[in-house]
Design a protein around this ligand. Sequence first.
Ligand SMILES: Cc1ncc(COP(=O)(O)O)c(C=O)c1O
Length: 422
Amino acid sequence: MSDANLDQYTMPNYRRYDFSPERGEGSYLWDREGRKFLDFAGGVAVCPLGHSHPEVVQAIQEQAAKLIHVSNWYQIPQQGELAKVLVEDVLGIPGKCFFGNSGAEANEGLIKIARKYGIAKPAADGTPRHEILTFTGSFHGRTFATMTATAQEKVHGGFGPLVPGFKYLPFNDVAALEAAITPNTVAIMMEPVQGESGIMPATPEFLRAAAKLRDQHDLLLLLDEIQCGLGRTGEFGGWRAIVPGDEILPDAISWAKSIGSGYALGSFWARKRPVGDAAGTDLCDILAAGSHGSTYGGSPLACATALATLKVILRDQLQVHAKQLGSTIADTATSWELPILKAVRAFGCMIGFELNGPFIETKSNGAMPSIWIGQLCLDAGLLVVPAGPNVVRWLPPLNATTVEIEEGLSIFKNVLESVADR
Ligand SMILES: Cc1ncc(COP(=O)(O)O)c(C=O)c1O
């Protein structure tokens, strides 16, 4: 039954399943009636260690008992420590971080850095460059600038006028990207693996072309790693799951979701590289004192939570484990040979199952295939996330066990077979 207070007192913007989780532990959630569910939605890629991981809980309890929040007017050593882990251990590329509260806020930061860069490095006639190229199928957030950056009309619907300065291009189309660059272009912004539109990876050629064009035209390469970052794809960098190692150097990266195990935290990083202005500024120092901020961003509690989360991922090399889980899932699901399943795209613990939408619609009474299959999985005890009309997404914890993955695969296969038999 849906929650009466939610219905009466909260805005109707979310399409919610009729499911009310009460408790979580590891890869499982329990509802109010005590029913157990295998959670491969993970808050939509938010829980890399599953629910209520003991080391994260302990870090939260200890930090909350000491100090929850102080303003960024003061020294916050946990923030410095977290930035150091991100720069040195997660990325291994010199640069600096900023902390906010969400993915959209992190992407706002990328956009603000691009605007500053366009002023520092204007077009030949001295006009600041401000156009950012983004791609069909992208999702960058719901604030005004990030909604505009998102090249999906359904996200813009009814909110115009949008923010100026974005141009939309077909994803993975190198020729279109080359042709789109003008003297006003300042940045290329993309998710290396698009999440919301159904686990759609950039091709290696496209990523390489973007980096080359960045160099040729003095642009910034901005990577939205909010969903695909921090080990989820099997690498500490979603782009490294496409082009391994350090062949491609991003200029700035945004993170959120997994970073805080569910405690609201977002971050963006910019590379240490000279902007080339008269003052000798590095890109990572382009947001000078007073130019950007966030009241809650990088609080001691948020940072302690993220530090505990990253410590476990790094210590246990969970990105390696995630990669193995992704291979197991892809190998098993592709061997099913179910006509209802058209393709499986697995990047570590970021997996898209592309469904035969028209066939499912003949069974679903007009319901959107991904949402309907999500409901059938929920009824069967497995939580998954729709991604577009025809893709079901799995975002299991990076520390899920092989047994849990096998359990999920078995439930999912039964659901798909039951649809075929209807
Ligand atoms: C790739 C990507 N960017 C940005 C966002 C926005 O993050 P948030 O909802 O935390 O603002 C999301 C959320 O789904 C996302 O998947």
